[in-house]
Design a protein around this ligand. Sequence first.
Ligand SMILES: [Zn+2]
Length: 227
Amino acid sequence: MAENESLVAQVVAAVLARLNDQSTQAAGGGEKLLIPVGVSARHVHLSPEDVAELFGPGYNLTPKKPLQPGQYAAEETVTLVGPKGTLTKVRVLGPPRGHTQVEVSVTDCFTLGIPPVVRASGHIAGTPGITIVGPKGARFLREGVIVALRHIHITPSEAAAWGLKDGDMVEVAVPAGDRALTFGQVLVRVSAASQLELHIDTDEANAAGLKSGDYVELKRGGERRGA
Ligand SMILES: [Zn+2]
């Protein structure tokens, strides 16, 4: 059984690699760049200090599911407590990073009773705070809650093939379905340690009728240089 599962995983990886190859090779031929969608449910990134505060001194997160290269969804979850409401079983992402950051949807902000502030990851100055509760403790954050700016992860070679630069703002189209639409203001994030993927939150996914693994199209000529 385990061998079969590993074979299936290998075949899936090979097919995905070929699909990615095809979308990159198509760059010169006026073809479409098809981008796989990754829907981000609400989650938290924790600093090492906050992992210790919430889960106990010396605690290590347990990887559950790989995400972008080097990143993972952890087994651990926390509770977010806002002025108006609470969200339980909020996934922790690892590995721990420099600053604790909470990523929620606009709908989640209404539930919690905090203002929705759309920001690129890492830009938390002036954002709302929240209380995070873990099994061993709680932490009041003065700031750090963002509604993540939708973005595309792409490698330097893929970005070059498509004439994209880190920080560009582009448009992507959801060409079919009952909720076909175009997303504007999509941030391009170029990094060697990345895998081509559009990251949107659950509100955005629901608005467009998308789920993880669906594909969207980069709209040509829609690129604008970022600041
Ligand atoms: Zn992302």
